[in-house]
Design a binder for this molecule. Structure first.
Ligand SMILES: C[N+](C)(C)CCCC[C@H](N)C(=O)O
Ligand SMILES: O=C(O)CCC(=O)C(=O)O
Ligand SMILES: [Fe+2]
Length: 409
């Protein structure tokens, strides 16, 4: 209750501020209302209201001064701000204003004039951001993914042709998983493939890893035991963005890989029980990695909610779910803990629905890329010698590559 009340208060506060600005002050101040064929605007006491392209937007005056793109305020070669934001009068108002077909012009008290392209304003306004589509994704269960018949990239083309890389990344962004097939079954080839996409993120497990069930590290991954669905490195303040797996060898039985779309499960919780979604996206949880071997001593702590969402549209951008590595809960009082367990139970039930489970057997030559911020992985127990190599990738650089190829990321 306390949490929900706190959120409610936050919302009321925001609305309260808006009302105060519009009602108590507007009677005293003169409004400037201007119309052009496609656009009209008003200088309200606390913000500029712009109606353009069917969208009503509100811009704070300091924001408007801060976002001046003139040559003295902004370096368009480096795309960096020159203006010292701390030097803007927090009560600043424009002295003069006008619009033409495509632009809004404001003249500031010191005589400086700013020209804003109206389309730019629409794209960069809060209202526009709120309305704009979320990252296009196909939320999947086993059936949806299998029926989509998503093609794997073929090693030769993947390495030589940008169009193949673009298709691969486009599928990766849509589904959170993507495969390259026909790769040489070596650690070196795996490394080369990943470097086509991004930079390798070195961790305490190394840069490229090649592991088997020898308990060389203090973690269940280095055994033959089954591993329930989870995300990796939840105990980092910024969990690794992408995980790459390439099974170089398996002489034995079992050992299939389990994949589950965490965003699909989170969406089911949001649709059915919004208050549980709210708890999962606001209660901070700790994950911890404590390794105490003579060769390796590590202590990692990561803090954050299970679901990380953008506050302006509730879009989930990261799930942290690892019940093995989840640490003591001492960040919220007992009544919130109780409700959090109920919410966690619902999410777990969604993640465990058999129809959400995609099982694949990794084979030499087949490289799997997993979005570790979205798709959970696990594995079946196994017998015999099984050797898995791979690495983590930095998320920013994967998205950077995708954007440079013209994809929305
Ligand atoms: C992939 N590799 C074997 C190197 C590390 C495994 C890390 C396992 C850890 N429990 C986690 O989930 O983060
Ligand atoms: O052995 C596997 O297939 C995966 C183990 C695992 O979860 C990991 O290495 O992160
Ligand atoms: Fe893992």
């Amino acid at each position: 209750m306390a949490l929900i009340r706190m959120l409610a208060r936050y919302v009321h506060l925001n609305q309260g501020l808006k009302c105060l600005g519009a009602s108590s002050q507007s009677k005293r101040l003169q409004h400037t209302a201007t119309h052009s064929s496609s656009c009209n605007y008003q200088l309200l006491p606390d913000c500029l209201e712009l109606n353009y392209g069917g969208l009503v937007m509100h811009f704070d005056y300091v924001w408007l001064r801060d976002h001046c793109r003139s040559a003295s305020c902004y370096n368009s070669k480096t795309n960096q701000r020159n203006l010292d934001t701390a030097s803007i009068d927090l009560n600043i108002r424009p002295l003069k204003s006008r619009v033409d077909e495509n632009n809004l012009f404001l003249t500031w008290p010191d005589g400086h004039m700013t020209r804003y392209n109206l389309t730019w304003l629409a794209q960069n306004s809060y209202e526009g951001q709120k309305r704009s589509a979320m990252q296009p994704r196909i939320l999947w269960n086993a059936d949806i993914y299998s029926s989509a018949k998503v093609p794997s990239a073929s090693w030769d083309k993947f390495m030589s042709c940008d169009e193949e890389l673009k298709n691969f990344l486009s599928n990766f962004l849509l589904y959170g998983i993507a495969f390259v097939e026909g790769a040489p079954p070596t650690l070196e080839a795996t490394e080369t493939a990943t470097q086509r996409v991004s930079l390798i993120r070195e961790t305490m497990y190394g840069r490229m890893w090649n592991f088997t069930s020898d308990f060389s590290r203090g973690d269940t991954a280095y055994t033959k035991l089954a591993l329930d669905r989870h995300t990796d490195t939840s105990y980092f303040q910024e969990p690794c963005g992408i995980q790459v797996f390439h099974c170089l060898r398996h002489e034995g039985t079992g050992g299939r890989t389990l994949l589950v779309d965490g965003f699909h499960a989170a969406d089911a919780v949001l649709q059915r029980t919004p208050e549980n979604f709210e708890l999962l996206s606001h209660v901070p949880i700790k994950h911890e990695y404590v390794e105490n071997l003579s060769e390796h001593r590590n202590h990692m702590i990561g803090i954050g909610p299970v679901l990380n969402v953008y506050p302006w549209n509730n879009e989930v951008y990261m799930i942290r779910y690892n019940n093995y590595d989840r640490s003591v809960i001492n960040t919220v009082p007992h009544d919130v803990v109780r409700r959090w367990y109920t919410a966690h139970r619902q999410l777990s039930a969604e993640l465990r629905r058999p129809d959400n489970e995609l099982w694949v057997k990794l084979k030499p030559g087949k490289v799997l890329f997993i979005d570790n911020w979205r798709v959970l992985h696990g594995r079946e127990s196994f017998t015999g010698l099984r050797q898995l190599c791979g690495c983590y990738l930095t998320r920013d650089d994967v998205l950077n590559t995708a954007r440079s190829l013209g994809l929305q990321a």
